[in-house]
Design a protein around this ligand. Structure first.
Ligand code: CTP
Length: 412
């Protein structure tokens, strides 16, 4: 799975945020996948994670000072240049507001910033900012992120959740498994020999929001992670990917065209123009089946002791595509059940004219909406079942895309 990382030289730059405590685990994952890892640790980074731990897991001395000790035999006095030239990728995790600023203006006063400047052109730079949510939203951080992106770096939006400040917001560094996977996909060459190569794939993702009034809505807990992982996996296989997503806190995968929508009707309207031309339609969104019939304008007042909401059916997007698809087009849907629902997933395959259904149960810990893993059973159009054990959604997405490739007609 991690063959893209095998034998690659990766510099991991670590700056001074609490998320640095996760980095030895990241180094372990990369080493296990066959990468050569050198760590460039800033002075503040060393306050949060020990040099000894990082040297032990990477099997290499940690680089900190640009001026190495002159009295140690074999010292490479120009390693601030040679390290940048050695690397196939530079990963900065966590990247603090200070490090972002220093990189954006081109300061070069420690090994991390020196490696950033001496990295060979075209080599990927992945930056994982992590800080307090308010700091991340500040004008100066936004400006520095924009400068780095304009300079060709990939800046991965931090995740939302509990922060060290005790507040809840956007600023968390993703888990080491997610970072390792992101590194893998940026080092992976896009496959041109896949039947998906050059074909259009449309993916719906995330929840929808159905307005009750101008300030309230009906929605669900979908995080969009599975749909976004599928977009990455399809892109890796050379597909032209269009991702139509409800409101989520996820960064757009590289090379993917993204359409942001709110309601099921908007999702339907955004998807419909692509029905005729796409090779594969993957419905990973948790689309609300119903919407309030008449959303109120303004804010509803609580004048009555009780309130009744009349809900009406939303268009079923994947069923509509399934009903009108032409030979050679594939429709893929998801079925999420809280308990035994395999039979109903088989039923969905026929009712919605699908070619593949991914059935997953909902237990909130290893499978379901806002978790990084999934346990799925794939059911193909001949009702053959394949069980995918609990694994990262990114891995499950690659296997699912592999299944789709097998169902495709290679001559079209
Ligand atoms: N779907 C869709 N448009 C809708 C509703 C669902 O495209 N308006 C797609 C989903 O993206 C998913 C599949 O259909 O791929 C889920 O089907 P659905 O009938 O909503 O199943 P569940 O909610 O899992 O089950 P049910 O409503 O039958 O309880």
């Amino acid at each position: 799975m991690f063959s893209a990382v095998q034998g690659k030289n990766i510099i991991l730059g670590i700056s001074g945020g609490i998320a640095a405590y996760k980095t030895p685990q990241l180094v372990r994952l990369l080493k296990k996948a066959g990468a050569n890892v050198r760590v460039a640790l800033t002075a503040s980074g060393s306050r949060f994670v020990s040099e000894l731990s990082l040297a032990t897991v990477s099997g290499e001395a940690v680089c900190r000072e640009t001026f190495p000790p002159a009295d140690v035999p074999g010292t490479d006095f120009t390693r601030h240049i040679s390290l940048g030239e050695w690397a196939d990728a530079l990963v900065i995790a966590p990247a603090t507001a200070n490090t972002l600023a220093r990189l954006a203006v081109g300061l070069c006063d420690d090994m991390l910033s020196a490696c950033f400047i001496t990295l060979r052109p075209g080599k990927p730079v992945l930056i994982f900012p992590a800080m307090d949510g308010q700091m991340y939203r500040s004008a100066s951080v936004r400006r520095n992120v924009a400068t780095l992106v304009a300079g060709g770096c990939t800046v991965i939006e931090p995740e939302s959740g509990d922060l060290a400040s005790g507040q809840c917001g956007t600023g968390r560094m993703p888990d080491p498994e997610v970072i390792a996977d992101r590194i893998r996909s940026s080092l992976q060459e896009i496959r041109r020999d896949s039947p998906l190569s050059g074909r259009q794939v449309v993916i719906t993702a995330g929840p929808t929001r159905e307005k009750i009034d101008d300030v309230r809505f009906v929605s669900n807990y979908s995080s969009g992670k599975m749909g976004f992982a599928l977009a990455c996996a399809a892109r890796e296989r050379g597909a032209e990917v269009r991702l139509i997503t409800g409101p989520v806190h996820l960064a757009t995968p590289e090379g993917v065209e993204r359409f942001d929508v709110e309601s099921a009707c908007e999702m339907h309207d955004a998807a419909k123009p692509f029905f005729a031309t796409c090779a594969v339609f993957i419905a990973a969104a948790a689309v609300a089946d119903y919407r309030p019939e008449m959303p109120a304008s303004g804010k509803l007042k609580k004048t009555e002791p009780e309130m009744r909401l009349l809900l009406v059916r939303n268009p079923d997007i994947v069923a509509e595509f399934g009903a009108q698809k032409q030979p050679g087009q594939l429709a893929v849907g998801f079925a999420l059940e809280t308990s035994e629902g395999l039979a109903s997933a088989h039923g969905k395959l026929d009712e919605k004219h699908l070619d593949l259904v991914a059935f997953n149960t909902y237990d909130r810990k290893t499978s379901g909406f806002d978790v990084d893993t999934n346990t799925m059973t794939l059911i193909d159009r001949n009702h053959r079942e394949t069980l995918l054990p609990t694994m990262l959604k990114t891995e499950a997405a690659r296997l699912l895309i592999g299944h789709i490739e097998q169902l495709m007609d290679p001559d079209r």
